[in-house]
Design a protein around this ligand. Structure first.
Ligand SMILES: Cc1cc2nc3c(=O)[nH]c(=O)nc-3n(C[C@H](O)[C@H](O)[C@H](O)COP(=O)(O)OP(=O)(O)OC[C@H]3O[C@@H](n4cnc5c(N)ncnc54)[C@H](O)[C@@H]3O)c2cc1C
Length: 410
């Protein structure tokens, strides 16, 4: 039997779109180019799958014109409570962390893919792996899908859920925008978002693997262009971890226009005045220690030593010899350690891509194309990208559900 709905892409958005269409009683075919479903889901959250966040809000999403309106409407009724209920309804137990991120309780992203796949199998959905779609053409009332393997398939509605170009090793490609453009859409050029950043200071490699809680501020020409706070991971080439990833989108945009520096506040819990007092108190208590010894217990691993060297302060100098000006310099460095940003790491390390199908060309309620009726679009393929913390997968589930349900009513 020919499917009424063809869902292209078996990632987060496609799995939920197919499931919701199948639940509505529509014959569905799910076409996935790779040899497995949900490869990015499996890799997400360090293998634990940070599948949503307790505080899903349109402000946590970015994109071109109309992004807040589209996301606001697409997420209405598909909020954090919906996502919890949706996965719990599939039998998945969940847990949330104090910062609001939600994970499967078993700590395994495999469980997320398994419950979705099991539900699709129960409903008899036609899941096809190694089934890349090379072209989608308008065909009377419906569509003709040409497969990369040579065959073809007709469907009344198509839900495109092909994701973006990030992580090509997990199926990321530019295929979704190309298919959408062939049906009359325009796309905002893709750029890496949530991507680790390279810095100019090559000595950063001495900090490789060190994690700290920090606040970051990206500055261009003395102006703040982006701020973030959370775990920062130093790497052999620069900075990564949630704080760096969340900064990357806006920092990279600013970099396109000139130099951008990043100020790292290693003690964001304290304001300048409070932190100065804390340093003074510690200097009184531990005045006889070396500067490196003074910072040990405040900062992890080799960080004190490297920090002091880069600030031009002798790790072996005594704290009591610092004086007020020295303490002031120490404070300024600890709350505003500067790095010069050079650019992103490659697509292979960009968790999300910004850009995609232009939002005004999509109906926000149904996610149906305004260019090709019967075509629906969901997930990262749209010009929407979220902050780190579960926002991207949440958008994929929510938009997939909305598009799958709407497609089943045509
Ligand atoms: C390493 C990593 C960790 C991440 N961690 C998190 C996290 O913890 N929390 C979070 O919220 N987000 C996370 N993300 C982002 C999140 O995984 C994505 O935003 C989300 O998977 C997007 O879902 P999607 O369905 O739109 O696209 P994808 O999941 O990319 O799925 C698209 C699918 O379409 C297939 N496809 C493409 N073209 C075709 C074609 N022509 N024919 C057939 N099939 C095709 C691809 O093979 C792929 O399987 C992470 C991403 C990565 C790479």
């Amino acid at each position: 039997m020919e499917p009424r709905i063809a869902v292209v892409g078996g990632g987060a958005a496609g799995l939920v779109a197919a499931l919701e269409a199948a639940r509505a009683g529509a014959p569905v075919a799910l076409l996935e180019r790779g040899k497995a479903l949900g490869r990015k889901i499996l890799a997400s959250g360090g293998g634990r799958c940070n599948l949503t966040h307790r505080d899903i809000r349109p402000e946590r999403y970015h994109g071109g014109g109309g992004v807040r309106d589209l996301v606001g409407e697409a997420l209405s009724g598909f909020d954090a409570a919906w996502a919890r209920a949706y996965f719990e309804g599939l039998g998945l137990m969940l847990m949330s962390e104090p910062d609001g991120r939600v994970f499967p309780r078993c700590g395994r992203s495999r469980a997320v893919v398994d419950v979705l796949q099991a539900a699709l199998n129960e409903l008899g959905a036609d899941i096809r792996l190694n089934a890349g779609v090379a072209a989608v053409e308008k065909d009377g009332e419906g569509f003709l899908l040409r497969l990369e393997s040579g065959g073809d398939l007709r469907a009344r509605s198509v839900v495109l859920c092909c994701g973006g170009p990030s992580y090509p090793q997990l199926g990321g490609s530019g295929s979704g925008p190309a298919l959408a453009e062939s049906l009359g859409h325009s796309c905002v050029a893709a750029a890496p978002a949530l991507v680790p950043l390279r810095v100019k200071e090559s000595w950063v490699k001495m900090l490789d693997g060190i994690r700290v809680e920090a606040a970051l501020r990206a500055e261009a020409e003395g102006r703040t262009v982006a701020e973030s706070r959370g775990e920062l991971l130093f790497t052999a080439y620069g900075i990564s971890g949630p704080a760096a990833l969340d900064l990357s989108r806006e920092a990279l945009r600013a970099l396109a226009g000139g130099r951008v520096s990043c100020a790292v506040d290693l003690f964001p819990e304290w304001g300048d005045g409070e932190f100065r007092k804390l340093l003074e108190e510690r200097a009184l208590r531990f005045g006889r220690r070396s500067l490196a010894g003074f910072l040990t217990g405040m900062l992890p691993g080799r960080l004190p030593e490297v920090f002091l060297e880069q600030q031009g302060l002798g790790p072996h100098d005594r704290v009591e010899a610092l004086g007020a000006a020295g303490l002031e310099a120490l404070q300024r460095g600890l709350k505003g350690w500067r790095f010069e940003l050079l650019g992103p790491r490659p697509w292979e390390e960009a968790m999300v891509s910004s850009g995609g199908v232009s939002l005004p060309e999509v109906d926000p309620g149904s996610l149906e194309s305004r260019k090709a009726p019967g075509l629906f679009l969901a997930g990262e393929l749209l010009d929407v990208d979220g902050d780190s913390g579960g926002f991207n997968l949440h958008f994929a589930w929510a938009s997939g559900a909305r598009a799958g349900r709407a497609a089943s009513t045509r």
